[in-house]
Structures are given as C-alpha cells and as structure tokens.
Design a protein around this ligand. Structure first.
Ligand SMILES: Cc1cc2nc3c(=O)[nH]c(=O)nc-3n(C[C@H](O)[C@H](O)[C@H](O)COP(=O)(O)OP(=O)(O)OC[C@H]3O[C@@H](n4cnc5c(N)ncnc54)[C@H](O)[C@@H]3O)c2cc1C
Length: 435
C-alpha cells in the first residue's frame, strides 16, 4: 500500500512515514512507544507542524496527539495548570481565560501545540520575560519503553531542566504543568519611525517597556515598532472595521497579493519593496493579552531566526541591512526583531544571558539561498544561536561551543534514549548521533 505523505505548515518538509498513529489516550500512546521499541523503529510526535526545519520528521512512526488536549487540573489561586501536551495555544488561552488566568508571554501566533512550542524554545518578546518553556513547572513524559515519568524541579531536576527545551529528543511529553498568571490587558502602541531612530533607542526601549519589537524591510530605512505594556486601563480594542482592514486585509490579504506579484514578476520586486518600506503603521488599543500577542498569519513564508547577545543586536541588524542592499533582488518580507530574558534551560536560545532575536523571512516559494546564507555568515560572527524550529545550516560541532550547558543535555539524552528511539536526521545533525 502506498504510504501517505505528511507535510508541515511551510511545506518545506514532506515525508512518508512507515506508520501513522493518532492515539486518543496516554495508554494508547504508551503502547505505540513500546511497540516502536520492540520493533526497533524510531518515533516522532508532530505537534501543529509549524516548525520549518525537519525537527518533527520521521521515516518510521509518525504520531499526532491532537486528542490529548484536555485541561487536567487548575489551581486558580496559584495559577498552576496541567494540560494535555497536544493542546493548541489557542485552546489553552481560551481555557485559561475561563479561570481568569493567562500565559505571561507568548509569540506571534497561537496555532502551535504547547508541547511543540515548548520543545523548540518558542518565545515572544520582553526583556523581563523568558520563552514559553520558562513557564513550565512539570512534565509527564514517556520513556523509550513506554514507561510514564513525572518530572519537575524536585523529581529528576536535571532531566526536567533539559527537557523543557528538549527538541523532542528526550521522550514524548503527554502532559505539561504551567505557571499561569492572573489574566491581564496590554496597551498596544504600533507606530512608524526611521530604522535609525528605532535602533538608536532600542536599548532604552526594551528596558522601559514590557514587550517591544520592530519590523523593517531588508535594505529599507523605515521601521514599524510595536510596544505592548501591561495596563489596568479598560479594554479599548481595535474596532471590528479597523481590525479587518488592518490585520486581515492589509497585513494578510493585500500583503499576500503583492508578494505573489513580486514572485511571479521579479521585475516588480523593487517597486513592491519600496511600497512596503513606505507603508505607515499607527494603532493604539487595549485588549486581553493573548489577543494582542498573537495575530493572524495567513501568508505563508520561510523563516530563519537567530538569538544574539543583547549588545550585538543593533550592530548585527545594521550589518544585515547593509548586506540586504547588495542582494540581486530585493526581499519583500520584513525582518522582525525581539528580545527575551536569560534562563537556565540548557538548549534554550536564551540560556545564560539576555538575548536579542532577529528573524528573517521570504515569501513562500521564493528563493532564499543568497539572502539566508549571507545572513547566516553575519550572525555566526556574533555567536548566534538558531531557533531550533527555523531554518539554519548549523551542526552539533558548530553549536556546542555556543551553549555553555551543551554537555548536560548530551548526558541526559544518552541516559534516557541510549538507542536513539526519538532521534531523526535533523537531531543527528544538530545534536550529533546519540552517544
Ligand atoms: C506562522 C508561524 C509563526 C511563528 N511564530 C513564532 C514566534 O513568534 N516565536 C517563536 O519562537 N517561534 C515561532 N514559530 C515557530 C514555532 O513556534 C515552532 O516551530 C514550534 O515548535 C511549532 O510548534 P508545533 O506544535 O507546530 O511543533 P512541531 O513543529 O510539530 O514540532 C516541533 C518539535 O516538537 C516536538 N514535539 C511536538 N510534540 C511533542 C511531544 N508531545 N513530546 C515531545 N516532543 C514533541 C516535535 O517532535 C518536534 O521535535 C512560528 C512558526 C510559524 C509557522
């Protein structure tokens, strides 16, 4: 029988696994893991398939756990909640809302599964806020022989530290316990500036505001800055008309159309780039946190994102922008710049120090080699650490020196998965073979 093809969101990954499983319970999942062990097969869970890299690809047992998406436990007074690992951030936000709780920070979208987001170090922005993995207080995991283990800061603390950004290499997560916070509103101010002004003010901006980021067209001179601060002001969301006009029509439908034109007619790309560089943003509103953090992303793209030492961010952005001006064809998709707080998770891109983040994109289906490889040479000079779910060409050899706790992760991996049941070719490349 022909094998079914699985594709991810970006369609950069296409593969035909030997068998596909959609378990409806933890027990069913444990039996599948145990069977993989007996038959000597590799096994991988794919969350929402929103990673660009082959991190969730497997030739053997492909598992999706969308059915494991229950809210298992809520302690409203402490904000500690336990959820099934397959829950999407969107459903999680909805559930938390019902109890007057929220995630303290999140990235740009809410389509990911919590396990997938945590496992790759998914982050938002804010110098006082770490990635989603820093909100994890406990994990229930399946070991290679299908045994269930509950780990946290007191039980298997070292494995817990590593497994919070585990890249899917340390076991299959079935439940996640998170520290949520009382729900809160954000006052969002989105405005246009010259890129030079935004860069100049960036070190102060990130210290003076809870969540700051900016976007600019590669090679351009303007930037759109987004500042979100926690507030007690009453909700004053964008009107429905403004939301549809700005967030759906301009940022998605219109943006998609002009990118399609630029892809089909490369001669139009400089005009498109100029048009996008000149576009103005001016919004001021107050809304529930997750409605401000996450936005619709209908236009598909390819992405490469890097974390850099905080002080290197501005010089790196300047170099990347100068390099983008030398490209044969202008890029018609913006670069996004963010920051995050230091953490103690061995393979977190923010391990050990506060970090700045630079994310470069190209429209889906357009060539990226020249742009991304030039960008990669620049960020390597700054000891950049790639987002585990986004495109890069690093290997275990080049990555190890950039992670002070690299060996901690490697010994956890050797201990829990000595036969490489949870590995795949991407993990073999970025972590090296098990052992
Ligand atoms: C439009 C878009 C916007 C994005 N925005 C951001 C952003 O703002 N910030 C950011 O940091 N990233 C962002 N990302 C990247 C994205 O958050 C990560 O790639 C994330 O891993 C995707 O989650 P997922 O559920 O799709 O996981 P997948 O891509 O399906 O899987 C990722 C990894 O998690 C593992 N995994 C999944 N479930 C389990 C489990 N139960 N147990 C063990 N391992 C598991 C998989 O095996 C794989 O190794 C974005 C991606 C897209 C496409």
């Amino acid at each position: 029988m022909a094998r079914r093809e699985i594709t991810n969101w970006s369609q950069l990954q296409r593969f035909q696994p030997r068998e596909i499983f959609t378990p409806r319970s933890e027990d069913e999942l444990a039996a599948i893991v145990a069977r993989a062990g007996v038959e000597g097969r590799r096994i991988k869970v794919m969350g929402a398939g929103h990673s660009f890299t082959a991190i969730a690809v497997t030739p053997d047992f492909h598992v999706t756990i969308h059915a494991l998406d229950q809210l298992h436990h809520v302690d409203q007074s402490s904000g500690v909640v336990t959820v099934g690992a397959g829950i999407t951030l969107k459903k999680l936000n909805r559930e938390l809302d019902r109890y007057g709780l929220a995630l303290t920070n999140m990235g740009d979208i809410d389509k990911q599964s919590i396990a997938g987001a945590v496992s790759t170090g998914t982050h938002g922005t804010g110098l006082a806020y770490g990635g989603i993995a820093t909100q994890v207080r406990g994990l229930r995991m399946l070991t290679p022989n299908g045994d269930v283990v509950d780990i946290d800061a007191n039980h298997e603390p070292e494995l817990f530290r590593c497994a919070r950004v585990g890249l899917g290499a340390l076991g299959i997560i079935t439940r996640i316990t998170l520290q949520a916070v009382p729900s809160f509103r954000l006052h969002a101010v989105e405005s246009s500036h010259s890129l030079d002004d935004v860069l100049e003010a960036w070190p102060d901006t990130i210290r003076a505001n809870d969540h700051a980021e900016f976007f600019f067209m590669p090679g351009g001179r303007n930037a759109a800055r987004k500042i979100n601060n926690r507030t007690d002001e009453p909700a004053a969301p964008l009107s429905r008309r403004r939301y549809v006009a700005d967030k759906l029509v301009a940022e998605n439908i219109g943006f998609g159309v002009i990118n399609r034109v630029a892809r089909r007619l490369p001669r139009a790309a400089p005009t498109v780039a100029k048009l996008l560089n000149g576009s103005e943003t001016n919004r001021d509103y107050v809304d529930v946190s997750h409605k401000v953090f996450s936005t619709p992303r209908w236009v598909h793209f390819y992405e490469s994102e890097w974390s850099l030492p905080l002080d290197s961010l501005v010089p790196a952005v300047r170099q990347i922008n100068a390099f983008a001006r030398t490209l044969g064809k202008p890029v018609t998709f913006p670069i996004e710049v963010r920051c995050a707080a230091a953490d103690d998770i061995p393979l977190s891109t923010a391990n050990g120090s506060d970090r700045g983040y630079i994310a470069a994109h190209v429209f889906w289906g357009t060539p990226y080699d020249e742009y991304f490889s030039g960008l990669w040479s620049i960020v390597r000079e700054f000891d950049g650490r790639p987002h585990w779910g986004k495109m890069h060409a690093e290997t275990a050899e080049t990555l190890a020196p950039r992670y002070p706790e690299w060996d901690h992760f490697q010994s956890a991996r050797r201990r829990v998965d000595p036969e490489g049941r949870f590995t795949n070719s991407y993990l073999d490349r970025v972590l090296g073979p098990v052992g």
